[in-house]
Design a protein around this ligand. Structure first.
Ligand SMILES: [Zn+2]
Length: 118
């Protein structure tokens, strides 16, 4: 991991402390998916007609799930080791908020003046 990425990952998503307190830390990519029921039924129907293995090759090969959210978090070794609950919904909301803040900051930086700097 290069310095820029490490700086982006410097804060634990659970305890909000710097990850540098311990030697090791975790980087987790978390994805939330919902089943694409129509695609699943289509694939299953084709499987019933020509067999599952053949349907896998002959079928439309479309995604059977739809990705709802995808984010990457850092977790310090203490939080990982002591088995604190991850609270995925809470983490997803935080990441979403952080993403919106990043968008707002980048929009604001185009128009903002340097009066507030420092
Ligand atoms: Zn932590």
């Amino acid at each position: 991991m290069k310095e820029k990425e490490l700086r982006e990952r410097a804060i634990c998503a659970i305890c909000h402390k710097p990850i540098g307190a311990s030697v090791c830390f975790w980087v987790l990519n978390i994805q939330r998916h919902v089943f694409n029921v129509f695609a699943l039924q289509q694939q299953q129907g084709l499987g019933m007609m020509i067999g599952g293995a053949l349907a896998q090759v002959m079928g439309p090969d479309e995604d059977l799930t739809i990705e709802l959210s995808n984010f990457t978090i850092s977790v310090c070794d203490d939080c990982a080791a002591f088995n604190k609950p991850l609270g995925l919904y809470h983490l997803a909301e935080e990441e979403e908020r952080k993403g919106q803040n990043d968008k707002n900051e980048s929009k604001g930086s185009d128009k903002s003046n340097s009066d507030n700097g420092g």
